[in-house]
Ligand binder design. Structure first.
Ligand SMILES: Cc1cc2nc3c(=O)[nH]c(=O)nc-3n(C[C@H](O)[C@H](O)[C@H](O)COP(=O)(O)OP(=O)(O)OC[C@H]3O[C@@H](n4cnc5c(N)ncnc54)[C@H](O)[C@@H]3O)c2cc1C
Ligand SMILES: NC(=O)c1ccc[n+]([C@@H]2O[C@H](COP(=O)([O-])OP(=O)(O)OC[C@H]3O[C@@H](n4cnc5c(N)ncnc54)[C@H](OP(=O)(O)O)[C@@H]3O)[C@@H](O)[C@H]2O)c1
Length: 384
């Protein structure tokens, strides 16, 4: 994958975009906070294809920056080196340049060297390569600020503190719009990451940047991340099956806008899943309108928490086993987007099971069939 547009702007030179719309998609009773965001690309010359992602250089939470500055006994005005090699204030560097949430190896090593016996547990875990898993679970939910609060007597100079941090990386978001429908804009569907660990509220850097910290005076540095592996079939009459629970629906909203704009008559089938129909049916009205217009040929939904037993997208696939296999036999392309840890694996297993059941073949033959779909670029995933 690469970044590739005819614009002046790229990952190395991101476009300072305006965030124009932030609309909550999850209802008030939802356990989630998923939002629809719109970004203006006006004046950038940036263009994208459906299937691409938007790269975003978000900045850290200024309140966390201030807390860290206070904990290391600095004012924030001290000059330090930014990750671009330029001198800037400690506050600016912590805000925009460095990871100040997840502790790096270098930070832990510096802490151990400074705190001595007081950081014995960290010293033991980091010095023994066989305890990697233990270290991971110890670090889960712990951030840099927790270590600073736990070791208030440790002295850091601003320069050595910054040197122990790693570079803040951009986040990718699946583009949820087609330029044929929205012009010089990009739509995104973002699940805001908020959770509590060790008695402290935590915020995902980029998702809460979008949810809480942008506005007319804040520019959002963005670039287009090309995803050549995740393209609609060139032949617009080819049917597509899209499996996109949660924010995985984002690129499929873009696909449907594109298919509506170009016509071509290809059938479109979407499997969507979320927790509850009442509060989590993302883009419900739009999807229903697309169904009425005949763009979305079929919509199967799985609301996991509306009944005692979980119902997931793969269960809906199983219920529609015969038709799904018939679509594949008719040349459909099969797309999956969203959670790569569990969902995409379970959907893959169900796809194998459907092929085996419907074509009365062995598991090995089903695997060959699915492999063939992959090799012929008819089985495409964008998972995270
Ligand atoms: C190609 C691609 C497309 C993507 N598309 C989308 C999209 O369309 N929509 C979308 O919302 N996301 C999408 N993502 C994910 C997105 O890039 C970010 O990873 C996500 O928004 C979180 O980023 P953040 O900066 O808000 O959180 P971060 O600051 O990165 O924090 C997330 C980290 O917090 C920790 N964490 C989270 N929950 C807990 C918990 N309960 N307990 C302890 N620790 C926890 C984990 O270490 C996790 O990795 C995509 C990713 C890729 C690679
Ligand atoms: N890197 C990050 O920090 C970060 C940030 C945001 C999102 N994410 C990840 O991105 C993915 C998408 O998140 P999201 O909030 O949009 O939705 P999600 O967590 O994937 O949830 C969407 C729906 O999928 C269901 N689901 C859970 N396990 C499943 C499985 N094995 N197979 C099929 N469906 C399953 C959920 O049900 P239940 O919830 O009822 O089980 C829910 O109904 C998730 O992996 C999430 O963890 C990561």
């Amino acid at each position: 994958m690469s970044t590739d547009t005819a614009s002046l702007y790229s990952r190395k030179n991101p476009f300072p975009a305006q965030h124009t719309v932030n609309r909550r998609l999850s209802g008030p009773s939802s356990q989630k906070e998923t939002c629809h965001h719109e970004i203006s690309l006006a004046g950038s010359g940036l263009s994208y294809e459906v299937g691409d992602s938007l790269g975003v250089f978000a900045s850290n939470d200024p309140l966390l920056v201030q807390e860290i500055i206070s904990m290391i006994g600095a004012s924030g005005e001290e000059p330090v080196l930014g990750n671009d090699g330029k001198e800037k204030s400690l506050r600016e560097a912590l805000w925009k340049d460095y990871i100040i949430t997840t502790p790096s190896k270098e930070f832990l090593a510096a802490l151990v060297a400074k705190a001595g016996d007081a950081a014995q547990e960290v010293a033991d875990l980091t010095s023994d390569a066989t305890r990697k898993k233990e270290l991971e679970s110890y670090l889960w939910g712990r951030e840099v600020i927790d270590f600073l609060l736990a070791h208030p007597r440790v002295q850091w100079t601003p320069e050595e503190f910054v040197k122990s941090l790693r570079k803040l990386q951009p986040r990718l978001y699946s583009i949820a719009s087609s330029q044929k429908a929205v012009g010089e804009a990009v739509h995104l569907t973002i699940a805001t990451v908020r959770y509590e660990t060790f008695g402290r509220r935590r915020n995902g850097v980029a998702s809460t940047f979008f949810a809480d910290r942008t506005g007319p005076s804040v520019s959002v540095p963005v670039f287009v991340h090309t995803a050549k592996h995740f393209r609609l079939p060139e032949d617009t009459s080819t049917p597509v099956i899209m499996v996109g629970p949660g924010t995985g629906v984002a690129p499929f909203r873009a696909f449907l806008q594109e298919r509506k704009a170009v016509g071509g008559g290809g059938k479109n089938w979407l499997f969507f899943g979320e927790q509850r129909r009442d509060s989590d049916f993302l883009y419900e009205a739009e999807l229903e309108a697309l169904q009425k217009e005949g763009v979305l040929t079929r919509l199967d939904v799985a609301f996991s928490r509306d009944q005692a037993a979980k119902v997931y997208v793969q269960h809906k696939m199983r219920e529609a086993s015969k038709e799904l296999f018939a679509w594949l036999e008719a040349g459909a392309h099969f797309f999956v987007c969203g959670d790569g840890e569990r969902m995409a694996k379970d959907v893959d297993a169900e796809l194998h099971a459907i092929v085996e059941r419907e074509s009365h073949c062995t598991p090995e033959q089903a695997a060959e069939y699915v492999d063939h779909l992959k090799k012929t670029k008819r089985y495409k995933k964008d998972v995270y």
